[in-house]
Design a binder for this molecule. Structure first.
Ligand code: IMP
Length: 195
């Protein structure tokens, strides 16, 4: 059964997010200071809020682009087949590309995306994710920048959704431990589709 908003508790406050994103932005700016063609790629929809805040700490000559992935759902289980819903609007050959993601969970989406974008021969290709949930990993992916590592709890807010809702919460909330345990007893994959 789909959890309700009352089943969630605060995990990271707006202040904690702001502070960590400022740190990430400064780190990325330092690392990519020499780049004159940095493309920041927002993975829709979950990364919209994170990307909007992050880019304000980046050098003013960056460009932004967007793509969207979807993973095929058969019943309640994700098959792990990822594809583009829509793609970038610019070639990235020879450019420095920073993928901005909301959360790396199984790693299937980022594994697919890294393979697809590296075939276009960017000069560099890095992942920056706000959240990392390593316990659920099915595919290892190299992550250059991580906001927070979290345990296996379903999270909402600050771009992350539950069936399309709660992206506009200014903080991140996690399913309570007992609700998560109940969910894990059933099939939780339906809650984790890229969106
Ligand atoms: P993947 O399993 O690493 O391929 O993650 C795919 C996508 O599932 C992420 O980009 C999110 O959009 C979504 N997702 C994974 N875990 C959560 C969560 O805890 N809350 C909301 N969305 C999630």
């Amino acid at each position: 059964m789909t959890p309700s908003f009352e089943d969630f508790e605060p995990l990271y406050s707006a202040d904690q997010l702001r502070e960590r994103i400022a740190e990430l932005g400064k780190q990325i700016s330092t690392d990519l200071a020499e780049s004159d063609n940095l493309v920041v790629v927002c993975v829709l929809k979950g990364a919209i809020v994170f990307m909007s805040d992050l880019i304000r700490y980046l050098p003013h000559n960056v460009t932004c682009d967007f793509l969207r992935l979807s993973s095929y759902q058969g019943g309640t289980q994700s098959t792990g087949t990822v594809r583009f819903d829509f793609d970038l609007t610019q070639p990235i050959k020879g450019k420095d590309v920073l993928i901005v993601e909301d959360i790396v969970d199984t790693g299937l989406s980022m594994h697919f995306l890294l393979k697809a974008l590296s075939a276009r021969e960017p000069r560099s290709l890095k992942i920056c994710t706000l959240l990392d949930k390593p316990a659920r990993r099915k595919r290892e992916v190299p992550i250059s920048y991580t906001g927070f590592q979290i345990e296996n709890r379903f999270v909402i807010g600050y771009g992350l959704d539950l069936e399309g809702r709660y992206r506009n919460l200014p903080y991140i909330a996690a399913l309570t431990a007992d609700k998560q345990a109940a969910l894990d007893g059933n099939s939780e994959d339906a809650l984790h589709a890229p969106a």
